[in-house]
Design a protein around this ligand. Structure first.
Ligand code: ADP
Ligand code: MG
Length: 368
């Protein structure tokens, strides 16, 4: 099994959530060659510590949403374990699972698609209270109005319908629906990706306020690294069903170790205009490979600038690196990588080396 990520950042405190070797495969189709299997999540180890925000990033199709859904038990895991407060959710059933799931909620990307358009907002937010048998009637209405207020919604709009709200307000409704059960852990799956930039900031601020106020722990899934840098204490990078790097946000941002992380980080705009001019994003060639037939060895080797022979043959483990608490998969770089590095396309400038392009003057401390 892959070595687990660091057990805790808060001294002595056990992690709130522990994901051990989780696999999620989807069987699809029934062509003449038989069923195909989508390897959406393929052996993920992860911990989320109490009170932190763990950012989960990666290209579309890398398995982030599937992992989030397996964690909150919306999808059963094909194999592996998900421990929440040391209870293995893959082993519990019935009422016990329901009680634990009450503490784990999910916020979805598209607030419009995730809200029933035929239900009034008050009923949408109250629904989980009814489902879990926690409150009814006036008590439920009072709880809903309180939750609307803390989420920045006018409680007098309790009888309005989702279409009467703006995109940002609809996302606040989605957050209120998750918050009404008083959870301790929330998986936020691209909660701001569908919103305008100005509204994104409001929702991010709301989530941070709620985290402080209600001691929430977040798994924050996104593909926009700027938001993830802002929100997260640590970042996990996912590629084609695997975690390739985990570390503290500043470490991953300023000194990414894995080639894929370097590519993602190189695409993040820098607020300083001079530094932004000097920034040279590394262009990743081709599409993410099909998870039906993922590449052998390191899954990134088909697009990696420093791939070596061994990368297509052996899967590199997610290993603890010298800087605690850093984890990264990949083999040590050797001079045989140079021919591929020279062919690596860089968006602007003429540096033959993606390493140099990446570590441009914007972030001098970066090196491969
Ligand atoms: P991400 O959230 O990183 O974009 P997803 O978890 O949505 O990635 O998807 C990972 C892979 O699993 C994709 O190739 C996607 O098409 C596939 N997938 C997701 N859900 C299903 C499903 N219910 N059935 C079959 N394939 C799925
Ligand atoms: Mg997704």
């Amino acid at each position: 099994m892959i070595e687990a990520a660091p057990a805790a950042t808060t001294a002595g405190a056990p992690p709130l959530l522990r994901v051990e070797n989780v696999v999620k495969h989807f069987a699809i189709g029934a062509g003449f060659i038989g069923h195909a299997v989508v390897h959406a999540v393929d052996g993920v180890d992860l911990v989320v510590n109490t009170g932190e925000t763990l950012g989960l990033v990666g290209e579309s199709g890398s398995g982030k949403s599937t992992l989030g859904r397996v964690i909150v038990q919306l999808y059963p895991a094909t194999s592996g374990h998900v421990y929440f407060k040391d209870v293995d959710l893959t082993k519990v059933r019935g009422e016990k699972l329901r009680r634990i799931r009450q503490q784990m909620q999910m916020i979805f990307q598209d607030p419009y698609a995730s809200l029933n358009p035929r239900m009034a907002v008050g009923d949408i937010i109250a629904e989980p209270l009814h489902n879990f048998g926690l409150a009814r009637g006036k008590a439920a209405e009072k709880r809903v109005q309180e939750t609307m207020r803390v989420c920045g919604l006018n409680p007098n709009f309790i009888n309005r319908y989702p279409h009467e709200f703006s995109g940002g307000q609809r996302q606040r409704i989605g957050i209120a629906r998750a918050l009404v059960l008083n959870p301790s852990f929330i998986v936020a799956d691209e909660p701001v990706s569908a919103l305008d930039v100005s509204i994104q900031a409001q929702i991010v601020n709301l989530m941070e306020d709620l985290q402080d106020r209600f001691h929430l722990t977040f798994l924050f899934i996104a593909h926009d690294l700027s938001v993830v840098h802002h929100m997260s204490d640590r970042i996990a990078v996912m590629y084609l069903g695997k975690i390739v790097e985990v570390g503290a946000t500043a470490e991953v941002r300023d000194r990414p170790l894995h080639p894929y992380t370097k590519v993602l980080e190189s695409s993040v705009p820098v607020p300083d205009p001079d530094l932004e001019m000097a920034r040279r994003p590394i262009l990743l060639t081709g599409e993410i490979p099909s998870p039906v037939n993922p590449p052998s060895g390191c899954r990134f080797h088909t697009r990696c600038p420093i791939a070596q022979q061994i990368c297509s043959e052996v899967e590199p483990p997610l290993e603890r690196k010298s800087e605690w608490p850093r984890f990264c998969s990949g083999f040590p770089w050797t001079p045989t990588c140079m021919p591929r590095i020279r062919r690596w396309p860089i968006a602007k400038g003429s540096s033959p080396c993606p390493i140099r392009a990446m570590s441009c003057s914007a972030r001098a401390s970066r090196s491969w």
